[in-house]
Design a protein around this ligand. Structure first.
Ligand code: ZN
Length: 318
C-alpha cells in the first residue's frame, strides 16, 4: 500500500481543512464516551471515517458523502456545524441589510455567574426563556427588527469541581431610530437591568453591548466578525480535551446531560422570516456534508476521491 497518499483538502483561499486534527479529537472524545459507558461511543468513533469527495481539474475538493455522528460535543461535527451556521448567518444578514437598508446592528453579550454541572441544564433553559421575555419588554421591542442568539459554555477547571460559564451572544437588528434620544436608546446599564429582571437575578449581571459597524468585512466590531462570534462553537474542544482524563470525563458527562435537547442558535423577528425565505436547512439536526458555502464550489467534476481514516498511522489516506 505504498502508493496511498495523505489526504490534502484545501479551500479556495488555500487554507488546509483540518480533517486530521478534528478526527483525532473525535476519537479522543469517543474514547471518553466509552469509558463513561455511553451507548453512542461506537457510533461517535465512526464519524467521518470514510470521506468521499468530488474534485475538479484544479484539485478543488467538495465533500460528497460521509457519515457524521451528529453528537453535540463531537469535534468533527462541531467544526462542520460552525461553518454551516456561520455561512447561513452571513447570508441572512446580507439579505436583512438589503430589505431594511437603514437598519443597524448591536452585539449584546449576556452573562450570569458561573454554575455547577448539576445546575447547568436548568439554567440554560432559564436563559432561553429570559431572552424571549426580554425581547418583548416595551423599550427593547419598540425598535427591534429581529435577532439571533446563541449560547456558549466555557469551562473553568477549578480544584474541587469544574464550573461552567454559560453566556449568550445576541446580534440585534434595530431601526435606526434606536439611536435617537433616551426614549429609544438603551444604555448598557438599562440592558443590564432588563437582563437582571428577565433572569430574576438577585445580583447585577455583567452585560456588554456594542454597536456593530454595518460593513460586512473582517474587522473587529464588523458585522461579519459579530456573525462569526455568534455562530461559533457552543463548546470548544480545548475545554473538553485537556489531557487530564479525570477532569475531562467529568466535564463531558456534565455537558452531555446539560446540552441534550437544547438549541444552540435561534432566530427571532425579521431574521427568522428571512431564514424561512431563504429556505435554509436546520443546522442542528440537518446535513453536515453541505455547509452552504461558496468556498466549496467546484468547477466541472473530473474525478472522485475516497479518503479513509488509517487507525495505525492516524491520518486520512486516499
Ligand atoms: Zn461527529
Amino acid at each position: 500500500m505504498t502508493d496511498r497518499k495523505v489526504l490534502v483538502d484545501k479551500s479556495r483561499s488555500g487554507k488546509v481543512r483540518p480533517w486530521r486534527e478534528r478526527k483525532l479529537e473525535n476519537l479522543q472524545y469517543g474514547d471518553y464516551l466509552q469509558i463513561l459507558n455511553y451507548k453512542k461511543a461506537h457510533r461517535v468513533k465512526e464519524c467521518g471515517e470514510v470521506l468521499r469527495f468530488v474534485e475538479d481539474e484544479q484539485g478543488h475538493k467538495k465533500l460528497a458523502q460521509t457519515w457524521f455522528c451528529h453528537s453535540r460535543l463531537c469535534p468533527l461535527c462541531n467544526w462542520r456545524r460552525a461553518m454551516k451556521q456561520s455561512n447561513q448567518l452571513t447570508q441572512i444578514l446580507e439579505e436583512a441589510v438589503k430589505q431594511r437598508k437603514t437598519g443597524r446592528f448591536l452585539f449584546l453579550t449576556l452573562t450570569v455567574e458561573n454554575t455547577t454541572g448539576k445546575q447547568l441544564k436548568s439554567e440554560l433553559r432559564q436563559m432561553g426563556r429570559a431572552i424571549r421575555d426580554l425581547m418583548r419588554y416595551k423599550k427593547p421591542a419598540k425598535n427591534l427588527l429581529g435577532y439571533v442568539r446563541s449560547t456558549e459554555v466555557t469551562v473553568n477547571h477549578e480544584a474541587d469541581q469544574p464550573m461552567y460559564h454559560h453566556h449568550m451572544h445576541v446580534l440585534l437588528f434595530v431601526k435606526s431610530l434606536y439611536f435617537k434620544g433616551s426614549d429609544n436608546y438603551i444604555s448598557q446599564s438599562e440592558w443590564t437591568g432588563y437582563w437582571q429582571r428577565a433572569m430574576k437575578l438577585n445580583y447585577v449581571p455583567i452585560v456588554n453591548v456594542e454597536a456593530v459597524k454595518p460593513n460586512v468585512d473582517r474587522h473587529k466590531n464588523s458585522l461579519l466578525a459579530s456573525a462569526q462570534e455568534t455562530a461559533k462553537y457552543q463548546v470548544k474542544s480545548k475545554d473538553i480535551l485537556t489531557n487530564n482524563q479525570e477532569q475531562d470525563l467529568q466535564v463531558i458527562d456534565d455537558l452531555e446531560q446539560a446540552l441534550a435537547g437544547s438549541r444552540q442558535i435561534s432566530y427571532g423577528g425579521l431574521l427568522k422570516e428571512i431564514r424561512k425565505q431563504l429556505q435554509l436547512e436546520d443546522v442542528e439536526n440537518g446535513d453536515l456534508i453541505n455547509t452552504d458555502s461558496d468556498d466549496q464550489d467546484t468547477d466541472q467534476v473530473v474525478r472522485e476521491i475516497v479518503a479513509k481514516w488509517d487507525y495505525q498511522r492516524n491520518n486520512y489516506f486516499v
